[in-house]
Design a protein around this ligand. Structure first.
Ligand SMILES: Cc1cc2nc3c(=O)[nH]c(=O)nc-3n(C[C@H](O)[C@H](O)[C@H](O)COP(=O)(O)OP(=O)(O)OC[C@H]3O[C@@H](n4cnc5c(N)ncnc54)[C@H](O)[C@@H]3O)c2cc1C
Length: 530
């Protein structure tokens, strides 16, 4: 029998016997529409071990229709795999890239750097070691600092190369961000966007460069199993082509797994990161990130990263304007529950602790004057623009932003007890008068009274982007077994690799996830061709 809403299930509970059913758990689409908590169907019947760990029957040689050979086989054409293929091919290695979809995949558009040539021209020159120290603090030291330093010292030169490539293609590289390194949660002005907020443009550029360098691309060819020889070395991978025939791709030097994360594999989510299921939507599309690289690694004896639970990247994406601002936030009991002056991943944490995971950001008609008091940060708006006005109109239409004339109406519309909401607002206004947040310790300068109609409630929609947890790798991106021994011939990079993030996605370096993907794709390829 299927049980609904396994929101508090821990990994231990899972091991005790629950098994997540199929792929129906997470809603797909853009967050921010009707407030609705995702429910993950869970089978009540006990299971001895999660099915994703069960090694499938080995594909027999006789079932393989064709064998193709290369030095390097890259699996997955996200920005990580595209960079790995480009790097290997450019260095002269015979390179094959296998991709499950009909084309490469990309989303978002922010790419971080600390000291690109554009930043240096702007007078920004962030110290990589200082930033790594901040990232490590954010992760409670539960990461491989060597891997983070490898990113920090190598990515800027790669960014410069991408900037030059973009220039040659006539693409503009845009900059965005907040330069506030001295905040409690520091933030660095790191974002570079290639031709606009669309990572497909950068991915297309990398695909072109990889093909020009000689890499062969096999789209609609999902890899299914790794091949190992008697010595324990990974020597290739078997994939299924568009006609359903098995093809074997041998790798004289290495297979590099760049298949992304497992955010669309409910069973793996329940096992490694149950919190990632407590969201309104999963916005990774198409849902190709089913943990294939991690699974293929596990089946041939690789280990997953030791740090658990894995790190969910949950943002209030597509949400109503100002829901990331530190205005008053309330839960479904109409109660305030936090110091609202936190970055969005941390805002998601406290929201997930609230009943039903539903929360609202409340403000009044003076919001435009209040915005500049909110400070600058990744998720905050500190001034009005045509874009913001349009966003508010759209959000009111979609129901993620409520606008009414009385607090009673507001309470009714968002389904919270009116008395409790009014008492919370009365207390909040009292604290605004005092200029001191005696209840939650927020900076008094960010507190603004809620006393002038119309009143607004913005739904804090929680969207899962990716889950950051992967195979155990060392700082050279070689995949390790449970005894911490290198599995020869196998590398993992980007979101397929572990040990880079812990606790939460650190938005102090916006665009880090993409930057980490293409940097580690490059470093893994360089190591593999040695
Ligand atoms: C809506 C959204 C917006 C985002 N915006 C940003 C942003 O602005 N900045 C940022 O830094 N991060 C952002 N992220 C996160 C970021 O997109 C990822 O962390 C990053 O793309 C990871 O890159 P990757 O190459 O490791 O994996 P992916 O981009 O996930 O690529 C993996 C590829 O492997 C392929 N694949 C999977 N299994 C197989 C198989 N068996 N055989 C062959 N191929 C396979 C997939 O089809 C896919 O093409 C965003 C995420 C989402 C969902």
């Amino acid at each position: 029998m299927i049980k609904k809403g396994n929101t508090n299930q821990s990994r231990r509970d899972f091991l005790k016997g629950s098994l997540v059913a199929g792929g129906a758990g997470l809603a797909l689409g853009v967050a921010g529409c009707a407030p609705k908590v995702a429910e993950t169907p869970v089978a009540e019947s006990p299971a001895s071990s999660p099915s994703f760990m069960t090694k499938p029957a080995v594909i027999k040689e006789g079932d393989v229709k064709e064998t193709l050979s290369a030095d390097i086989v890259v699996v997955g054409a996200g920005v990580c795999g595209l960079m790995a293929a480009y790097t290997a091919a450019k260095a002269g290695a015979k390179t094959i890239l296998l991709e499950k979809s009909e084309k490469f995949n990309a989303r978002g558009g922010h790419n971080a750097a600390l000291r690109s040539k554009i930043q240096l021209e702007e007078g920004l020159d962030y110290d990589p070691a200082r930033v790594v120290a901040e990232l490590t603090k954010w992760a409670n030291n539960n990461v491989d600092v060597g891997q983070e330093m490898a990113w920090a010292v190598n990515h800027s030169a790669i960014m410069d190369e991408l900037i030059d490539m973009a220039k040659e293609s006539g693409l503009e590289v845009m900059r965005w961000g907040n330069d506030v390194p001295d905040l409690f949660y520091p933030e660095y002005k790191t974002v570079h966007m290639f031709g606009g907020m669309d990572q497909n443009i950068l991915a297309g550029m990398l695909e072109g460069a990889a093909k020009k360098a000689g890499a062969e691309f096999y789209y609609s060819t999902p890899a299914e199993q790794l091949v190992k020889d008697d010595s324990g070395r990974v020597t290739g991978v078997i994939a299924k082509d568009a006609e359903g025939a098995y093809k074997k791709f041998t790798a004289a030097k290495a297979v590099i797994l760049c298949t992304g994360d497992y955010g669309n594999n409910p069973e793996m989510i329940q096992y490694y990161c149950p919190r990632a299921a407590q969201v309104d939507a999963n916005v990774y599309a198409p849902p190709v990130n089913t943990g294939d690289g991690q699974k293929m690694g596990l089946w041939i004896g690789a280990a997953m990263q030791k740090q658990e639970p894995h790190t969910p990247m949950v943002h209030n994406l597509g949400a109503a304007p100002f829901s990331g601002n530190p205005f008053l936030r309330v839960n479904i009991e109409g109660k305030r529950y936090e110091n609202e002056d936190v970055p969005i991943p941390l805002m998601a944490n406290s929201a997930q602790l609230q009943p039903g995971h539903k929360t609202w950001t409340i403000y009044d008609s003076t919001f435009a004057d209040d915005l500049p008091k909110m400070g600058t940060s990744f998720s905050r708006t500190n001034m009005m623009s045509d874009f913001t006005t349009m966003g508010m109109e759209g959000a009111i239409e979609s129901g993620s932003l409520i606008k009414v004339d009385t607090l009673d109406e507001l309470a009714t519309k968002i389904g919270v007890p009116a008395d409790a909401l009014k008492a919370t607002i009365e207390r909040y206004n009292e604290l605004v008068g005092k200029g001191v947040d005696e209840d939650f310790g927020k900076n008094g300068e960010m507190m603004t009274a809620i006393d002038t109609a119309p009143f607004y409630a913005a739904y804090n929609s929680l969207a899962l982007l990716v889950v950051l947890g992967g195979l155990d790798v060392n700082s050279k991106f070689q995949v390790l077994d449970p005894d911490h021994k290198v599995i020869p011939g196998l590398y993992a990079a980007g979101n397929t690799a572990g040990n880079f993030f812990a606790n939460d996605y650190p938005v102090i370096v916006p665009g880090l996830s993409h930057s980490r993907a293409w940097t580690t794709g490059r470093l893994a390829a360089l190591e593999a061709i040695k």
